[in-house]
Design a protein around this ligand. Structure first.
Ligand SMILES: NC(=O)C1=CN([C@@H]2O[C@H](COP(=O)(O)OP(=O)(O)OC[C@H]3O[C@@H](n4cnc5c(N)ncnc54)[C@H](OP(=O)(O)O)[C@@H]3O)[C@@H](O)[C@H]2O)C=CC1
Ligand SMILES: CC1=C(/C=C/C(C)=C/C=C/C(C)=C/C=O)C(C)(C)CCC1
Length: 351
């Protein structure tokens, strides 16, 4: 038998590469098995769940779903009236509810209300659902700067403030779950101000997940939820050609998201078809070694995980699929509807 004599650093590299490939195969097989045989869901009765944007379409349904599973809920929304409506529905289910009118773009308000929650509930939030979101609904050059800024602040910056407010206690107890309601438009984009903010939300979420893994905080889970258009009114009029994929029913979307949360699934795209454009970008997650060679190498590869992405298809191939599906212009009817709504609301100038 021929024995390869390689320098030690090359041997380590090859062993690491082999381990990474084996790990990848294991996780791919595990995910495939999990899609067929659903793993057992975790119990969440007794958890304290905070939902932002709880007065809106999806936020309200999330509150009801968490309540159905026996969790105590904390509802945050900038619209106090809508938030109270959600609270009323949840209270009717016999569940304890706390409501706060909060603008999540203000970090002072977020930190102040986080303290109030701790005082009122008498314990720490164990599950955080970052759901509040906005869209300007304008073409890039027609969009006022303030609206662009608001989109980034609500859809992205607010995630920093809420996570900073609630993660320390979760880490201290090695128990918690952070859910980010992003969008498929955070994984692939179309013409709209919103996409950049959702890409940022995905980036924030993934970086948080990596930090928790690198620090080996195994008890704090993360789930990134990426839905396609949902019939809540937020994207009224937005559609693709031939209605090849109709908008989702909000209840279906929330049930799918809940299934993923309850089995600690790291990412869920709803519906499954939307994984396709994501795969075309081929996101590859890899583990770089596990300190198997301690003492041999000074480079500690323990827990060092990295992700890299590349496009499987050339840009032009994406463009033609977009044109075929009408995804490149899907926002235009929505933008037109928003503009005619705004012009109807605008007071008539005196001549
Ligand atoms: N609907 C869709 O097609 C899709 C939605 N999503 C995402 O799902 C999430 C929920 O969307 P959906 O329920 O449809 O939208 P809604 O507009 O129905 O709900 C969003 C809620 O967030 C609130 N909100 C907005 N700004 C703030 C703020 N600064 N502080 C606190 N609360 C705020 C809104 O209040 P107000 O009404 O006063 O603005 C509203 O009650 C969003 O993040 C959205 O981006 C993802 C994919 C598709
Ligand atoms: C590009 C593309 C698609 C279109 C996606 C669209 C148009 C998504 C819109 C999502 C919205 C509005 C989300 C809000 O958060 C398909 C049909 C899934 C599959 C083929 C490629």
């Amino acid at each position: 038998m021929m024995i390869l004599k390689l320098p030690q650093h090359k041997m380590i590299f090859l062993m690491d590469l082999q381990m990474m490939l084996l790990d990848m195969i294991y996780f791919i097989l595990r995910s495939s098995v999990r899609t067929v045989l659903r793993p057992r869901t975790k119990p969440i009765d007794g958890e304290l769940v905070l939902i932002t944007g709880a007065g809106g379409g999806l936020g309200r349904l999330f509150a009801q779903e968490f309540a159905k599973h026996g969790a105590e809920v904390v509802l945050w929304d900038v619209d106090g009236g809508a938030n109270e409506q959600t609270a009323k529905l949840v209270r009717e289910m016999g569940v304890k509810v706390h409501t706060y009118t909060v603008d999540v773009t203000s970090r002072e308000e977020v930190y102040r209300c986080a303290e109030l929650v701790r005082r009122d509930a008498g314990r720490d939030v164990t599950m955080l659902v970052n759901n509040a979101g906005v869209v300007a609904g304008k073409r890039m050059l027609d969009c006022p700067d303030e609206l662009m800024e608001r989109t980034m602040k609500v859809n992205c910056h607010a995630l920093f403030w809420t996570v900073k407010a609630f993660l320390p206690q979760m880490k201290a107890q090695n128990h918690g779950h952070i859910v980010t309601i992003a969008s498929v438009l955070g994984l692939f984009s179309t013409a709209c101000d919103y996409c950049a903010s959702k890409f940022a939300a995905v980036g924030f979420h993934e970086s948080l997940a990596h930090e928790l893994l690198a620090e080996e905080v195994e008890g704090v889970k993360t789930t990134l939820v990426c839905p396609y258009i949902v019939n809540t009114g937020m994207f009224e009029g937005c559609k693709i050609r031939y209605m090849l994929l109709p908008p989702l029913e909000p209840q279906y979307c929330v049930e799918q998201a809940m299934n993923a949360i309850l089995i600690d699934q790291p990412l869920v795209c709803i519906p499954r078809l939307t994984y396709l454009p994501v795969i075309s970008r081929a996101y590859v997650l890899c583990h770089l070694g596990r300190q198997r060679h301690e003492g041999v190498t000074q480079v500690h590869l323990h827990s060092l995980r990295s992700a890299f992405s590349f496009r499987l298809l050339p840009w032009e191939a994406n463009v033609v699929t977009y044109r075929f599906m009408g995804s490149d212009r899907c926002m235009y009817p929505f933008i037109d509807a928003m503009s005619s709504q705004a012009s109807r609301q605008r007071p008539v100038q005196a001549a």
